[in-house]
Design a protein around this ligand. Structure first.
Ligand SMILES: Nc1ncnc2c1ncn2[C@@H]1O[C@H](COP(=O)(O)OP(=O)(O)O)[C@@H](O)[C@H]1O
Ligand SMILES: CC(=O)OP(=O)(O)O
Ligand SMILES: [Mg+2]
Length: 388
């Protein structure tokens, strides 16, 4: 029996979607709406093995992007008849752990958490509301990025700030971390390995996984802290906000917006896209950007090695982690004494498969595992809908 689940991963300027059979993980359709809110948007829809259905036009907001997705299914198929819709929701706060069925109360809670993930939660809600309208009889399920990090111990999630602020570290990309951690365990043939997971996409984070559980992670209260990202600065001196207020007259919102949208690779190299930055690695700005990007990763690898004491594998995932051998090599240089080395030929071989890129018998395996956030969301969605 085919039981397709529609998965919506609504990002700050994009919508990724897939129609998946969660049991076989077979996709009958997948697509992407890019550059929402910009002058030139694009929708690419793939159904089966045929040529993609492409629309180049502006998509002023996520609502219009989603309407175009529905139109793509009508024009290019397949029939869009999901048994459930699974939504990626970035911030679940302390309220949400496992996936939940969406009702009015859940929507209100996701909305309340929006100030902690202003780039993500509001557009996640746009997806939920539209799907409710289009599929009123179909259960909607929210799967939270923060869920996998519920196991952080207090000493990892506590900031040394006044308690009455009620703030803490949450961590993100948990669905990706959970999936690649499970796959790493299978590849290593160990039940509950110790891992350093490096999810390097547009957003990027490092996570220390001990015995299969997240015990520390680089993203914090919001998805701005930690590694250098496409447009996000990652770690900076918190006094920067006060300095910019005094020196430039920026208010808190302007500082946060700049650190989120004008930071990272974009600030240093003029592009948030790693492929473009790599293509210009002859120029000084791009070289510095790459050095800052990979040095930050190396610092987190060292820190998490120290926390874990024993590491079975370093796992690379996300668009950069999966596809950029130079980032993997530069991030792990000088770590031979920790037992972390790469096999250059394995590292450089292009592949979309799960694989080890360290030498056979290495003390610490280095793995590349393509993430599957959508497959994981579909799986959790069907499990919840079937159980309820
Ligand atoms: N072959 C490649 N070499 C280097 N970087 C790549 C390659 N393919 C994709 N990337 C980079 O991956 C990043 C996007 O990662 P992805 O995980 O798809 O993003 P998102 O967080 O939006 O899901 C971009 O910076 C892109 O340049
Ligand atoms: C949480 C986060 O950073 O997500 P993304 O990588 O999709 O921006
Ligand atoms: Mg991502």
């Amino acid at each position: 029996m085919s039981e397709p689940v529609l998965v919506l991963n609504t990002g700050s300027s994009s919508i990724k979607y897939e129609l998946i059979n969660p049991r076989t993980r077979a996709r009958s359709a997948r697509g992407l709406v890019e550059r929402i809110g910009q002058e030139r948007g694009r929708l690419t829809h793939r159904a089966g093995d045929g040529p993609p259905y492409v629309r180049e036009q502006p998509f002023p907001d996520h609502g219009e992007g989603l309407a175009a997705v529905l139109a793509a299914f009508s024009s290019a198929g397949p029939e869009l008849d999901p048994v459930a819709v699974g939504h990626r929701v970035v911030h679940g706060g302390t309220r949400f752990g496992d996936a939940v069925l969406v009702d009015d109360e859940v929507i209100a809670a996701i909305e309340e958490l929006a100030p902690l993930a202003p780039l993500h939660n509001p557009v996640n809600l746009t997806g939920i509301r539209l799907a409710q309208k289009v599929f009123p009889e179909v259960p909607q399920v929210a799967v939270f990025d923060t869920a996998f990090h519920r196991t952080l111990p207090p000493e990892a999630y506590t900031y040394a700030v006044p308690r009455e602020w009620g703030v803490r570290r949450f961590g993100f990309h948990g669905t990706s971390c959970a999936y690649v951690s499970r796959r790493a365990a299978a590849l290593l043939g160990r039940d509950d390995p110790n891992l350093i997971v490096l999810h390097l996409g547009n957003g990027a984070g490092a996570t220390a996984v001990e015995g299969g559980r997240s015990v520390d992670t680089s993203m914090g209260l919001t998805p701005l802290e930690g590694l250098v990202m496409g447009t996000r600065s990652g770690d900076v001196d918190p006094a920067l906000a006060g300095y910019l207020a005094r020196a430039e007259g920026l208010d808190a919102e302007q500082v946060e917006h700049a650190l989120s949208h004008r930071g990272g690779l974009l600030a240093l190299a003029g592009s948030s896209d790693m492929r473009e930055v790599r293509a210009r690695s002859g120029d000084d700005d791009a070289r510095l950007a790459l050095a800052v990007y990979t040095r930050r990763i190396r610092k987190y690898v060292g820190a998490y090695y120290a926390l874990l004491g024993r590491v079975d594998a370093v796992v690379f995932t996300g668009g950069v982690g999966e596809n950029d051998p130079a980032t993997r090599a530069e991030s792990l240089t000088g770590l031979t004494r920790l037992g972390i080395t790469l096999d250059p030929a394995r590292n450089e071989a292009a592949s979309h498969e799960e694989r080890a890129v360290s030498p056979d018998g290495a003390e610490v395996a280095v793995l590349v595992i393509p993430t599957d956030e959508e497959g994981e969301i579909a799986h959790q969605t069907l499990a919840l809908v079937t159980a309820s």
